[in-house]
Design a protein around this ligand. Sequence first.
Ligand code: GDG
Length: 482
Amino acid sequence: MDDSVEAENRPLLVLTNRQPYSHRYTGDGIESTRSEGGLVTALDSVLQTTGGEWVAWGSAAADFDPSVVSADGELELPPDDPSYTLERVELDRRQVDDFYRGYSNQVLWPLFHSHIDRVNVEPTFWEGYREVNARFTDEIVDRDTSRIWVHDYHFLLVPEMLTDRISGQSRIVSFVHIPWPPAEIFDICPHSEQLLEGVLASDHVGFHTASYRENFLRCVERQFPASTVDRESGEIGHRSSETGTSTFVQPVGIYPDEVAARADSPSASASWRALSNQHGLCETPIVVGVDRLDYTKGITKRLDALASLWERHPEYREAFVYVQKATKSRSDIDEYRDYQHEVREQVHRLNDRFATDDWQPIVYIDESLPYEDILGLYRHADVGVVSSTRDGMNLVALEFVAASRGTESALVVSEFAGAAETLAPDALTVNPFDVEALGDAIVEAVTMPAPEKANRTATLQESVAGVSAGRWLEENLDRLLE
Ligand code: GDG
């Protein structure tokens, strides 16, 4: 870790919606399980290195264990080697409905992923969003910290709310993990001006890719013609303050060496053996997709692509098995439950339609698996597929490559995932809306001649070895420490 961080004696404070671990008091003590999801995976390793505080939504009521919870209610994490504290902010049912299910996931999420037909603006959603952003601001404002790192679309108003109360005592850096949409799409939001004002109060705002940053700059220019935008430096002058913006060259994400080692561990191999025996996966090439069950991940398009492929080219039936590892997500929102249902039904339909006595085309796993199992699955698959309709980064694509170290595999990745910027041209990039092209890319990956596969694998491995959550962290911390 950078010495300058240790020299800074007031700790780093990280704000996210989701807490890094879920906790259950068992009677013998507290059982903490790390939550899934790219953001949590990355930030947990960050705070384990830097120490500090993490503030997130969660309830501390049900799981108190006096031996690990300090007097003020903070929890020390990770449980087996505590290096930072977690403060959980409890929300009531109405706040959860309006802030989380409502504004965050029915307005901002679809809007920022350009799924405008799914945007559902209800007046109470916005009120709830403002209220909860204020609630988190209250939680942070008196803490002994000078560096505040605000994550993602749940807290776009927090930087402004904080700045109003701390007048420059702390440096605030925001990182947006999802795409920032084009100005013409952002304008659809009735609260676009307030949201921009909220984010612009940060000292610095980070984005995954250059195009998301460019979208943000254009939104500012359209909304606030009097502001100044310097494209070279990324500096924005708005009212009397300056906001820096940047693209973090290193995507948030993974430690490739660790992923490679864990994917090749005895436990990952054992879990792969169990999984492959259970589903009879030993002989046929494996194509794998690992996704949260979210419409932005393009799972239904991928299944359409397979159906179209097997329909157009019966010779590719039995040529491979597609394994869909799907993780349930946001199941308390109707739209997500509908999507889960739609995916499951589609898998059944495809299996009914194409299965033979010796071949089940799709293996569908929708229970949550230990991370080692996911890594084992990546490692033993021949092809990975990411077909997001939009995706801030997509850690799965990077993990798949890192986990395959020492083996050869091919990756098909949507051109609309941020990860495509790092992985093209050695991954096969596709437009997932072009279902035939997606199916053809999967076949191209499965049947790729050995020398081409070896070349592409080598370059992909090289690109991903250069990607590291550690570097992403350093770049962010540089911004925080400026
Ligand atoms: C958001 C942005 C951006 C999946 N199933 C299981 C499991 N996973 C892990 C994967 C991977 C992570 O979840 C998913 O990461 P993604 O990046 O694909 O997706 P989001 O959750 O949508 O993340 C995204 C990210 O934030 C970071 O900025 O890349 O664009 O949408 O790590 O391996 N892990 C375990 N069991 C499972 O069943 N243990």
